[in-house]
Design a protein around this ligand. Structure first.
Ligand code: ATP
Length: 237
């Protein structure tokens, strides 16, 4: 992505923004509320309408838009479909036969087997988010854009589903927005902070080792302090 610009009314959310997502790598994006993280994700997914310019290119010359799985901040489950039907929605919309076995496996991995027959109105916020996560992982696209996919989960489920996402998404090109520096460092090969108005990207922080990384790893804890400083926190060194 190069020279990206999005403006709403007279306000530039960002302009002349460059970001390269290395193929097969996991990138996390942090930043204060309202800075433009979701807008950046939506820009990459081709979903921002209005005053938009810039280039999105893939290293193999293909069009990005058709190869993206996108998980929005609101779960966007269809209210009249059950969990299972929502998870299988992508294939149905494309006129393909859903892979029921894979859907069942993912539903089990996000802990929703007993709720697979329920409609979204009967689910808690965290259950809806797990269903939306299963639907995103079901898509098996090379590029995955996720907007705070674990925000509604309790800490234990959050850690568990980070591990699932790290495993299922290995080898894919992922951009994940989160407010949690530790989550970003557990999962991301590159972690960027978006800040300012118009927003700019700070240099990536690159945790060592393979994800999902140990939360108590001293390198992760040191980098967490560095990220919090980039986010504006005052931390004694
Ligand atoms: N469709 C829109 N029309 C007008 N303004 C918008 C639109 N979408 C987003 N904005 C504005 O753009 C700015 C960035 O919003 P965005 O949702 O990208 O922030 P964010 O960093 O993801 O925030 P959060 O962490 O709270 O989710 C905000 O000021 C928001 O009000």
């Amino acid at each position: 992505m190069s020279g990206a610009r999005v403006a709403f009314g007279s306000a530039d959310i960002f302009h002349d923004l460059d970001l390269t997502l290395k193929a097969g790598s996991f990138t996390c994006l942090l930043g204060p509320s309202g800075v433009g993280k979701s807008t950046l994700l939506r820009y990459l997914a081709g979903l921002v309408e209005g005053d938009v310019s810039g280039n999105i290119t893939c290293s193999d010359g293909q069009i990005l838009k058709n190869r993206v799985a996108y998980m929005a901040q609101q779960d966007l489950l269809l209210p009249w479909r059950t969990v299972r039907e929502n998870v299988e929605l992508g294939a149905v919309l494309r006129g393909e036969r859903p892979d029921h076995k894979r859907a069942e496996q993912l539903i089990a991995q996000v802990g929703l087997t007993d709720a697979a027959h329920l409609r979204p109105a009967k689910l808690s916020g965290g259950m809806k988010q797990r269903a939306a996560l299963a639907r995103t992982l079901m898509e098996d696209r090379p590029v995955v854009l996720m907007d705070e996919p674990f925000s509604a989960l309790d800490p234990v489920n959050r850690l568990r589903l980070q591990e699932l996402a790290a495993r299922v998404l290995r080898g894919k090109t992922v951009l994940l927005v989160t407010h949690d520096p530790l989550e970003a460092l557990r999962l991301g090969d590159n972690v960027h902070v978006l800040s300012g108005t118009p927003a700019t990207l700070q240099d990536a922080i690159t945790p060592s080792g393979q994800s999902p990384r140990e939360i108590a790893d001293p390198d992760i804890l040191a980098k967490q302090a560095e990220l919090l400083r980039q986010l504006g926190a005052e931390i004694a060194s």
